[in-house]
Design a protein. Structure first.
Length: 202
């Protein structure tokens, strides 16, 4: 029995697009992206978090079609996720579980498309780096929302350093609904963000 238009997957997902795959490669790409976001990579152990920080595959950081979901309390890694050349643009949902004992920002860089939410950092003691934040060192775009940072300190001792409980430096993006309950110190410091040149913070 033939399917009616209303029952075809592309009609359901994207409206008035024809259903045949070979003539609609763009629709197929959209469906692949939808499936990736609906089936996240699971972060359940410290080894999972380390694997994300240490990956040699840039797409695990830069793809906006990827989502990471934390489902247990884990220990922090001693390396930040992403680099300047390969900024994080995926989604990370901490699920309200803790990441304990961080000594570096969780993310080095966030880019367009990045969403970091529901992360709970505990017992942080971040003291190394010119620009440091509990969640991210340098935020060039993206969204950081509903996270918590607690611990000993977030600090930069660099002569022109920046430190923020959530972000060290913000040049674009949105930060909202975050809670910081640890000291933040640097030549330029802020409870949420150290330096803000653009973006929205609430």
């Amino acid at each position: 029995m033939a399917l009616s238009d209303k029952d075809r997957i592309f009609q359901n997902l994207y409206g008035l697009h024809p259903w045949n795959l070979e003539d609609n490669a763009a629709d197929l790409a959209k469906t692949t992206a939808t499936i990736a976001l609906a089936n996240p990579f699971i972060i359940e152990t410290a080894a999972d978090l380390t694997a994300l920080a240490d990956t040699g595959v840039a797409a695990y950081w830069t793809s906006t079609n990827l989502k990471y979901l934390q489902i247990a309390n884990v220990a922090a890694d001693d390396k930040s996720i992403s680099t300047d050349a390969n900024k994080f643009a995926a989604q990370y949902n901490g699920g309200g579980f803790t990441i304990n004992g961080g000594t570096v920002p969780m993310f080095a860089y966030l880019n367009t498309g990045a969403v970091v939410e529901n992360v709970s950092l505990t017992n942080v003691n971040i003291t190394i780096g010119a620009t440091v934040g509990g969640i991210v060192a340098e935020m060039t775009a993206g969204t950081v929302k509903n996270n918590q940072v607690a611990g000993t300190v977030v600090k930069s001792t660099h002569a022109t350093g920046f430190a923020g409980g959530i972000a060290g430096s913000v040049t674009a993006g949105t930060i909202s609904g975050n809670v910081v309950s640890c000291p933040v110190t640097a030549p330029t410091a802020g409870g949420i963000a150290g330096s803000v040149t653009a973006g929205a913070i609430s």
